[in-house]
Write a protein that binds this ligand. Structure first.
Ligand code: SAM
Ligand code: SF4
Length: 325
């Protein structure tokens, strides 16, 4: 339990800050990534941290980034995590670009759920927003469907004037494939770039758009993972839709169950607060006892703040791909 009686049993692991896309709301312009590869955790180090977290009662793990599928050893990392005692759920968050090749190997390695970013179905808009090719992401989504993951979810960051007209087409696209679409409020994590507060589009507005189209009935979230989304089912189409109101939902943090591990080995209790605990000394120094890791995990849980500070003029020190989304 953390100081606010939340049960923390979910670790999101950024395996790299590198990415093969350049989403305007996430990746700062000219972001160089780590210049020293030594700053990235090795597969062995990631597995050691996960093993320790599982000993500490963590049960759910997600590989993210940056784009986790650009890491050459991602399938090995997934398999080794899944083989650890105590690991009950392993998910992956991806832009889908490399998924056509990797969906089946990742499923066979033990991944249970996959979240795929899909902000628009318009190829030109997709290219403009992400720098990537929509067809590659669609091929990845098809491969995920064919690989029979237990859960495949589609993630869309809501952006006024850029993709808010895509809300209904995306829900229909997901419903046709049995994939819930989750709409995410824009967080201020890429300042100075072309996406700013003027593009913010709340989940309340997204729900109103959908409610004008079909009736939204509350649905149990348990069926679709461990994340912060609230789910609704559209009465006529049967589509399942999730809403992640990180900015406008007053009680958003009340059910937070996670810690983040950055690609360079820091445990971060909250995406929207700067505090981190560096695990590298415990991992890489021969002089620090292995017990440094459990202590660091315990400390990170104790340091978990009650809520994020995005609304209070949050100043970005590390961009999203460097923290792990
Ligand atoms: N590359 C993978 C992907 O795109 O799904 C995994 C990493 S990405 C950082 C994880 C999630 O964070 C994606 O769903 C992405 O849309 C979301 N994200 C990135 N920047 C965001 C922002 N500024 N506000 C809200 N969500 C954001
Ligand atoms: Fe890359 Fe994912 Fe960030 Fe887009 S959201 S730039 S795909 S890490």
């Amino acid at each position: 339990m953390d100081p606010f009686s939340r049960h923390i049993d979910y670790l999101r692991i950024s395996v790299t800050d590198r990415c093969n896309e350049r989403c305007l709301y996430c990746m700062p312009v000219n972001y160089p990534g780590w210049t020293q590869r030594n700053d990235h955790l090795t597969a062995d180090e990631i597995v050691s941290i996960v093993a320790c977290a599982a000993d500490h009662g963590f049960r759910k793990f997600r590989l993210t980034g940056g784009e986790p599928l650009v890491r050459h050893d991602i399938v090995e990392i997934a398999r080794r995590i899944w083989d650890l005692p105590g690991v009950q759920a392993l998910g992956i968050s991806t832009n889908g670009i490399r998924l056509a090749d990797l969906a089946l190997p990742l499923k066979q390695a033990g991944a249970r759920s996959i979240n795929i970013s899909l902000d628009t179905l318009d190829p030109a808009a997709y290219q403009k927003l992400t720098g990537g090719r929509l067809q590659a992401a669609l091929d990845g989504i098809a491969a995920a469907a064919a690989a029979n993951f237990e859960i495949v979810k589609l993630n869309c960051v809501l952006l006024r004037g850029i993709n808010d007209e895509q809300i209904i087409p995306l829900v229909e696209f997901g419903a046709a494939r049995g994939m819930p679409v989750r709409f995410i409020e824009l967080m201020p994590l890429a300042p100075g770039g072309p996406i700013n507060d003027n593009h913010f589009f709340s989940i309340a507005e997204a729900m109103a758009r959908l409610a004008a189209h079909d009736q939204l009935d509350p649905a149990s979230e348990q069926a679709v993972g461990h994340g912060p989304a609230r789910y609704f089912r559209l009465r006529h189409s049967g589509a399942l839709v999730g809403f992640i109101g990180s900015i406008t939902c007053a009680d958003f943090c009340a059910t937070c169950n996670k810690l983040r591990l950055t690609a360079d080995g820091k445990l971060r209790p909250c995406l929207g607060r700067h505090g981190e605990i560096d695990l590298l000394p415990a991992l890489r120094s021969n002089t620090i006892a292995a017990s440094g890791l459990p202590q660091a995990i315990h400390q990170a849980i104790s340091n978990k703040p009650e809520s994020h500070t995005f609304a209070g003029g949050f100043q970005v020190r590390r961009p999203m791909p460097a923290i792990g989304g």
